[in-house]
Design a protein around this ligand. Structure first.
Ligand SMILES: C[S@@+](CC[C@H](N)C(=O)[O-])C[C@H]1O[C@@H](n2cnc3c(N)ncnc32)[C@H](O)[C@@H]1O
Length: 174
């Protein structure tokens, strides 16, 4: 189990460390104002945010992508035990997945990961409207809101408005 986590940490560049309680609360607060569309979590770890999201928004589709085997498995078990029919959890690299179904994307990654996410989002068409990121900013976008959480580091939670549209490549906030 430990070996599998170390292996995936080396492959993806970050461990499955969960968001803190305060960061999670701030992210949930921002998600509250994002309408009713599907929420995709990129790198959903152990499900510390994913599961509360699926529970809090039973009418919204919630999708998690996680490459690390054991955390992914933990989320799959929780989904089954809690009967979360609106939740889908995939053991896949989100960089190679079709994200056009997303309305909101949430993540807690690392600087290089945010570069990769930004490049990926530039290819997404559909109705993606918001990205919410714990701690790490998108390199070429300006957030419309930043919450500084009350922890030792005053960690930021960023909200970006993206407005990617199917027939219109315009994106706001750049
Ligand atoms: C710091 S953890 C955050 C976990 C969770 N989002 C949270 O906030 O509690 C980042 C997770 O992203 C996963 N990850 C990183 N890059 C990934 C990729 N390209 N595809 C799927 N999962 C990825 C890692 O395995 C790790 O579990």
């Amino acid at each position: 189990m430990g070996g599998s986590i170390v292996w995936s940490t080396l492959i993806v560049g970050i461990s499955p460390m969960p968001s803190s309680n305060k960061a999670r609360q701030a992210m949930m607060q921002l998600i509250n104002d994002t309408g009713t569309g599907p929420i995709f979590e990129l790198g959903s770890g152990w499900g510390n945010l994913l599961i509360p999201l699926a529970k809090s928004y039973p009418q919204r589709t919630v999708v998690g992508y996680e490459l690390s085997l054991v955390p992914w498995l933990a989320s799959v078990i929780l989904k089954k035990v809690l009967g979360l029919d609106n939740l889908q959890v995939y053991r896949k690299n989100f960089l190679y997945e079709d994200l056009t179904g997303a309305s909101v994307v949430v993540c807690y990654l690392f600087p290089d990961g945010m570069h990769a996410v930004e490049n990926k989002l530039n290819t997404v068409r559909g109705n993606l409207e918001y990205l919410i990121s714990n701690n790490f900013s998108l390199p070429s976008h300006k957030p419309i809101k930043t919450i500084q959480i009350d922890d030792f580091y005053k960690s930021p939670i960023y909200l970006y408005e993206l407005k990617y549209r199917t027939n219109n490549c315009e994106h706001k906030g750049v």
